[in-house]
Structure formats: structure tokens, C-alpha cells
Design a protein around this ligand. Structure first.
Ligand code: ATP
Length: 448
């Protein structure tokens, strides 16, 4: 983990948030390469979950959430972790993270009884902070999918089975954020709510677990490092009938990467029931329109059904940590030296190719490299980088370390024959190609 954290900082993947003021605990900022990697991971998810399927619609809902939503979803009452105080050092811990009854910070066994601590971030709406008009930063993206269920069904005429997908920020006031970006207070989720006929839910649950495992393998995560954990009944979230956690061998241990839950009709049912009742916020008119029920009408039978929901919910940040950990390799070279290489699948690599002039100040070489870079950038393959350090060896080392699949070098021969050398990150082999061949070569080889 320490090596990964150091690489992330050195090369601009991740920085501690508010670092110049001592750091904000549980928050990280994605740097120039981190944002590319994160965007690529999200794009791969969106493509697999929305574009490549014909039964899923997308959504991008607000983070600020009406209090009623999280009241009736059960989060106000039950979205808690058990908190324990240490009487000796005054630090707080999660009761389920305590081993042998001892404080993880000072080792004292003088701990208070666990008490529930709500993880939601509360904020106030409007100019007067009188504690009445409160809202929450959403603790999961899922609720806005449920509250928009009718909007999406009415505007798309979907029938079951179908899904609604969303990627976005979620916030949890974790008692003990830790392990780099594994447990943070501000993170991103990639969530699908897949609506199915009651009775078909268990089979769909299984299908989604398998499909999600396959997707993680496509992101370069070895199946040897993935496993499934059937969450025991007593540990299930308040909405779940069954949950399978997809576990990954993180540098700090085997922990949850994604949860695949059978949420039954809990959320749609719960939001439907409450719509006729008085809203908890006086300023908001309750919705008494019975057609607003969160159900779907079968076209043939005309029956209204409240769907069951299968929810694959993955953390973007835990995903970034997993793909970085999988890709990070330190190799022993034949000449006895070491090289660090990020063997990221090409579709995740922050930089797809680096164009490197052999001589830093040679005008013709530099301008050929610059124009090649802009020609290749226009192909839409992702970021193409102009690397003019003047030191080829150093440039290769840098681009190995950040996972750039190809280095394209412009040398003197390039000027005469309109060719470039292409160096492959993984094999370190070099070939010479005509520049006209590069677009199709890159397009073919950047697909992982
Ligand atoms: P944990 O048991 O590790 O706290 P959880 O079971 O509460 O996680 P879910 O509510 O199932 O997590 O959320 C779905 C996904 O969101 C998780 O699999 C994880 O990838 C991500 N996630 C949840 N909490 C955090 C967090 N504090 N930091 C980063 N990612 C998170």
C-alpha cells in the first residue's frame, strides 16, 4: 500500500485533500492522471451497463436529497454504525473494527458500550439555518433512482425487466476513514437498480453477481483475487433480502469491492406508501395523486406490480485502488536494474500514447512530434501526450510507471522516411512504423 500511495502522489494520481492545511481526513483529490484513470473506469462501467445493453436507462440526479426520501427509505433511523469511545485516549472507533476488546489507538480496554452513530451528512437549505429546512448529502445514489422511477417509466415506456443506472458522489461520515481511498467520507458509486418481476429476483441476483465478476476481470482484476461473500442474515442492511459482496484482495486485506443486493420491493413500496401521508417537512406538499405509485402496469394483464430490485453497487474509488494494485508491478530487468510498470488494460490507461522527440531542441524533430501528437489526438482514442524531456530513457521510465501503453519516438530517420519507433510498454519491444500506419495500429492495439 505504501508503495502505491507514494506512486500516486509522485506521478499525480491522488493527493490528500486540503493537503496544504494539514489534510482533510477521509477526502482525496484526483490529480491529472488520476482523473483520467477514474473517468476511464466510469466510462467502461457506463458502456457495459447502459450502452451495450438494451434494457438499462441512465440517470444523473442531485446530491442534495429531500429529508423525506431518507426518512422513508429508513436511512434516518437505521443507517448507523456502532460507535465506541475510548475513555483513555478519547478516540472513537467502530465497534465492529475492535479486536480483543482493546482500543486500536492506545490499546486500553476502557471502552464505552457501543451506541449507534448516523453516517449521513446533514445540511441546511436556504438562508436561515433554523434546523427546520434540512437536507442530506446522499449516502448512496440509489434513492434518487427509486424516487425517479415513475418519471423514467413514463418517459421511456419500459417494461420489466429493465434497469436504471447512475454514477455519482455519495457521502458517509465514516467513524474511521482509512486505508487510502478504500474508506473515505466522500466517494463515488456506480449503481444499477434492476427492476424484475417478483419471483424472478433470485435468478436475476445470481446472474448479476456473475456478470459483475466478469466485468471486474475485464478491468484487469485477476479472478484469483476476487471472491464472493454471502452476507449472513444478521448482517444484512435493513432493505436487503440477500446480499453477495464481491470481495477483493486489497493491499490491506480482503474486503468489499462491490455489493450485489436483492432489495426486494422495500424501497419502491416504502416510498409509495408514504405519498398519501403527511410529509415530515411542513413546507412540502404531500403528493396525494394515487397514480404516482411506484409500480409498473403490465401491458397485457393491466395488473400493477411493484417490481423487485437487484442492485449491483460498486465503489469507483475502491475500483481505482483495485485496478492500480493489480497493475502495479516491479520487474527485475536483464541488466540487473528494476523497472516499475503499471500494467493497466489499455482502455483504462490515463495516457494512451506519448510522442517523444529524440532531441529536445531540434526544431524539425520537435515540430514533427507536435503535429503527430495533434493528428493522433483527433482520432478520439483518449489522451495523447507530448513528452519533451530530452531524455528517452527517463521518458520510458515515467511512462512505464504511469501505464502508458505506447511510446512513439521521433528521431532523425523519422524526418527522412516519415516513420516512428513504437515501443510497447509490456514487452519493451520496439518496431518502426510509417506514420500513416499509426492510426489503425493504435486503434487496434488500444482495445483491451
Ligand atoms: P462497508 O461494509 O465496507 O462499509 P458497505 O457495505 O456499507 O461497505 P454499500 O452500502 O454496499 O457499502 O455501498 C456500495 C459500495 O460503495 C461498496 O461496495 C463500496 O465499494 C462503496 N463504498 C461504500 N462506503 C464507502 C466508503 N466509505 N469509501 C469508499 N467506498 C465506499
Amino acid at each position: 500500500m505504501d508503495e502505491l500511495v507514494a506512486l500516486c502522489k509522485r506521478r499525480g494520481f491522488l493527493f490528500q485533500s486540503s493537503e496544504i492545511y494539514g489534510g482533510l481526513q477521509g477526502a482525496y483529490d484526483y490529480g491529472p492522471l488520476g482523473v483520467e484513470l477514474k473517468n476511464n473506469l466510469k466510462a467502461a462501467w457506463w458502456s457495459a451497463m447502459v450502452h451495450e445493453r438494451d434494457d438499462v436507462e441512465g440517470l444523473d440526479a442531485s446530491i442534495l436529497t429531500h429529508r423525506s426520501v431518507l426518512h422513508y427509505s429508513g436511512h434516518e433511523e437505521t443507517f448507523t454504525d456502532p460507535l465506541v469511545d475510548c475513555r483513555a485516549c478519547k478516540k472513537r472507533s467502530r465497534a465492529d473494527h475492535i479486536e480483543d476488546g482493546k482500543c486500536p489507538y492506545c490499546g486500553s480496554d476502557s471502552l464505552t458500550e457501543p451506541r449507534p452513530f448516523n453516517l449521513m451528512f446533514k445540511t441546511s437549505i436556504g438562508p436561515v439555518d433554523d434546523g427546520v429546512d434540512i437536507a442530506y448529502l446522499r449516502p448512496e445514489t440509489a434513492q434518487a433512482i427509486f424516487t425517479n422511477f415513475k418519471n423514467v417509466v413514463d418517459s421511456t415506456s419500459r417494461q420489466m425487466p429493465f434497469g436504471i443506472a447512475q454514477i455519482g458522489k455519495a457521502f458517509r461520515n465514516e467513524i474511521t476513514p482509512r486505508n487510502f481511498i478504500f474508506r473515505v467520507r466522500e466517494f463515488e458509486q456506480m449503481e444499477l437498480e434492476f427492476f424484475v418481476q417478483p419471483g424472478t429476483d433470485e435468478a436475476w441476483h445470481q446472474t448479476w453477481v456473475e456478470s459483475r465478476l466478469a466485468w471486474w476481470r475485464e478491468q484487469g482484476v485477476s479472478s484469483n483475487h476476487l471472491s464472493c461473500y454471502d452476507v449472513p442474515k444478521e448482517e444484512l442492511a435493513h432493505y436487503s433480502k440477500a446480499t453477495v459482496d464481491i470481495m477483493y484482495r486489497f493491499p490491506h486485506g480482503v474486503e468489499e469491492l462491490e455489493g450485489v443486493a436483492n432489495r426486494t420491493d422495500f424501497d419502491l413500496g416504502s416510498h409509495t406508501k408514504q405519498q398519501g401521508e403527511l410529509d415530515i417537512q411542513a413546507s412540502v406538499q404531500p403528493n396525494t395523486d394515487s397514480t404516482a405509485k411506484l409500480a409498473i402496469q403490465d401491458r397485457e394483464t393491466k395488473q400493477w406490480v411493484v417490481p423487485y430490485v437487484i442492485e449491483p453497487s460498486a465503489g469507483v474509488d475502491r475500483g481505482v485502488l483495485a485496478v492500480l494494485n493489480e497493475a502495479y508491478t516491479v520487474e527485475q530487468l536483464e541488466d540487473g536494474k528494476e523497472r516499475t510498470v503499471l500494467r493497466l488494460p489499455a482502455h483504462l490507461a490515463p495516457i494512451k500514447a506519448a510522442v517523444i522527440p529524440l532531441k529536445r531542441n531540434h526544431q524539425e524533430i520537435v515540430s514533427k512530434a507536435q503535429s503527430l501528437r495533434s493528428d493522433l489526438q483527433r482520432l478520439g482514442l483518449g489522451r495523447i501526450f507530448f513528452e519533451n524531456s530530452g531524455n528517452i530513457g527517463k521518458s520510458y521510465r515515467k511512462h512505464d510507471e504511469v501505464g502508458t501503453p505506447f511510446c512513439l519516438t521521433i528521431d532523425f530517420e523519422s524526418l527522412e522516411t516519415d516513420t516512428v519507433t513504437v515501443r510497447d510498454r509490456d514487452s519493451m519491444k520496439q518496431i518502426r512504423l510509417e506514420t500513416a500506419e499509426l492510426p489503425s495500429y493504435l486503434a487496434t492495439n488500444l482495445v483491451s
